[in-house]
Design a protein around this ligand. Sequence first.
Ligand SMILES: Cc1cc2nc3c(=O)[nH]c(=O)nc-3n(C[C@H](O)[C@H](O)[C@H](O)COP(=O)(O)OP(=O)(O)OC[C@H]3O[C@@H](n4cnc5c(N)ncnc54)[C@H](O)[C@@H]3O)c2cc1C
Length: 417
Amino acid sequence: MPSPSRSIVGEHFPLTDEQQNLLSLAEQVGRESLAPRAARWDREASFPFENYHDMRAAGLLGLCVPKSHGGLGADYATYMMVSAELGRHCGATALTFNMHSCSMMWTGILADDLDMSDAQRAEHLRYREHHFERVVRDGAIYAQPFSEGSAAAAGKAPFGTTATKVAGGWRINGRKIFASLSGAANYYGVLCTEESAAPSMRDTLYIAVPGDAPGLTVTGEWDPLGMRGTVSRTLIFKDVFVADELQLMPRGVYYQAAGRWPHMFMTLAPTYMGIAQAAYDFTVQYLRGEAPGMGAPVKRRMYPTKQIAVAQMHIMLEQTRALFLRAIQDARIDPGKQARLRAYAAQYTIMENANALCQLAIRTCGGQSMLKTLPLERLYRDSRCGALMLPWTAELCLDRIGREALYEPGESDDSPA
Ligand SMILES: Cc1cc2nc3c(=O)[nH]c(=O)nc-3n(C[C@H](O)[C@H](O)[C@H](O)COP(=O)(O)OP(=O)(O)OC[C@H]3O[C@@H](n4cnc5c(N)ncnc54)[C@H](O)[C@@H]3O)c2cc1C
């Protein structure tokens, strides 16, 4: 029996020894811990605490913490590949792991690329040392609740959640929806707008609110179609005091990051790259009559229609992977126009193709494959969520590609001919 692909990047993809080791670690944790429990979080819509326990024990919570601070020191491309590998085994865990890991990556290697004054840099280095220490020493989990149900998470308006400067810190007021890891995170890295007479996106503050801070409450139901283990409920902030040293970036720097490091918004995609791979692997196993969890195996590979469908899936998967692997190598500060457009194209392709592959998988395998005793129907539901995730929803990727392909910065058509 051929085992499902051993790695999300495929054979012979050039990897450093370190990347290879991290991918092997993710594959092992995924296969032994994440995959066997995935159905449970989905059924219960509960948070995968056990998975976090195992990922913590494996050192993975420090994946994007620099080595100088005791972490595994993954760079952007390495993180993206590891995240995709985890996504093969449990989409909901991979998606929440993304919120955690990006909190470290943005504060770490990404912030290193950004312009700061000497005073800001010194302050940032001092503050982030504590964030890294909380993760590496205490095993803390960070979340990234940005969405508010307004145009802010799409990057088109200032966040409605406000931060007012007070002695020694900030007073936060507002509300975040779809906060993955709600009730589970030790820190919520919120984006909020520094209070002023004329709120501006330039005044976005990125700050970690402790999960037990007085004035912070988690509310609302969580019973969604897919990605149920993310437990993305609503957070309410009512006069929550947060000390200065909990800033994840200095004032104004998040705005710079969003403009100059666009690949930071592509990090939700690898989860769905992993789901696409899992749907393909399942289909092959199923049609060969080898899918675990079947009473009587269903063997259908001899039918030409099945072979053609698998061929279509294979082509779609390889197209998706090729763009994924290319785009993660483009990532850097101030990428050129083509790299930026390719990032949107990669995000769009991964999110849409993951769902298309799951649809094809169900159509090809047939009715028995969508029973809840098998993983495919969960993959199908989880895959539906990818294209909805701001700021780079599938729609907004189209919007950006069309506009940025046709207009150079500063161009407009105020007086159309
Ligand atoms: C499983 C899951 C987990 C999530 N976890 C998190 C999380 O941890 N943190 C977080 O911040 N968010 C999270 N989200 C939220 C997600 O990023 C979106 O904010 C959310 O799905 C938006 O839903 P909405 O219907 O309110 O979007 P709306 O704002 O109503 O937008 C609906 C659609 O309209 C389009 N649109 C929106 N704004 C514009 C615009 N200005 N111009 C043109 N088109 C636009 C977009 O395509 C969008 O998909 C999560 C979502 C899901 C499904």
